[in-house]
Design a protein. Structure first.
Length: 209
């Protein structure tokens, strides 16, 4: 719109300049006629007419030259206006494409942000589950340690009982050996059962992590 307004102002200025030159030319012609009437001598009239004619021809040549120059300037301005319009069109298309690219990038960033939020949520859930499993393993290990200590105390008690039995059966070697074997087998069987059960439980909890 600004380029169209500039072109219109330039054309109006050129037309106004040409109109002033034409008016000046007409005034010169009127002045020449008036002076021709005032000149009494035919020779003087001829000289005046020749002089005025030369002046008018020179003025007309100047007017034609100025008109040609104005037309050339107008043509140049029109070409510049067309170039400016083309450049503006290219800039508008480029701006539109840039805006589309920006909107696409915003959409991609928003999508990536949603994916990141989802991954963070999954990570938090996994961390909570891992913490719970670790807590369960620690509890199971504590229970295993407590049961081992209990078995050790039971073992000590059974050993003490075996010593008592060994003292009571001191007179009979065969009975003493049989009692010791029975006590030893009972201790080993109880120990193995408890140990195997606790180890299986700990292994199961560790595998679930």
């Amino acid at each position: 719109a600004n380029l169209d307004a500039q072109r219109d102002r330039f054309e109006a200025t050129a037309e106004h300049s040409l109109a002033r030159e034409r008016e000046a030319l007409r005034r010169g012609e009127f002045e020449m006629e008036r002076r021709e009437l005032a000149v009494s001598s035919q020779s003087e009239k001829s000289e005046v007419l020749q002089h005025k004619l030369a002046t008018l021809e020179a003025s007309a040549a100047e007017v034609r030259a100025e008109a040609k120059s104005a037309e050339e300037r107008s043509t140049s301005h029109l070409r510049e206006l067309e170039d400016s319009r083309r450049q503006l069109t290219v800039m508008t298309d480029t701006s539109r494409q840039s805006q589309i690219s920006c909107e696409r990038l915003r959409a991609e960033v928003a999508g990536r942000q949603r994916e990141l939020d989802a991954l963070r949520t999954e990570r938090d859930i996994a961390q909570q589950a891992t913490a719970k499993r670790q807590e369960a393993v620690v509890q199971a290990q504590s229970m295993l340690d407590a049961q081992v200590q209990a078995l050790q105390r039971e073992n000590s008690r059974l050993v003490a009982d075996a010593e008592k039995l060994r003292g009571a059966l001191h007179g009979s070697q065969a009975e003493r050996e049989q009692a010791e074997e029975h006590v030893r087998s009972s201790l080993e069987r109880v120990w193995q059962l408890e140990r195997t059960g606790l180890q299986d439980e700990v292994a199961r909890l560790r595998q679930s992590q």
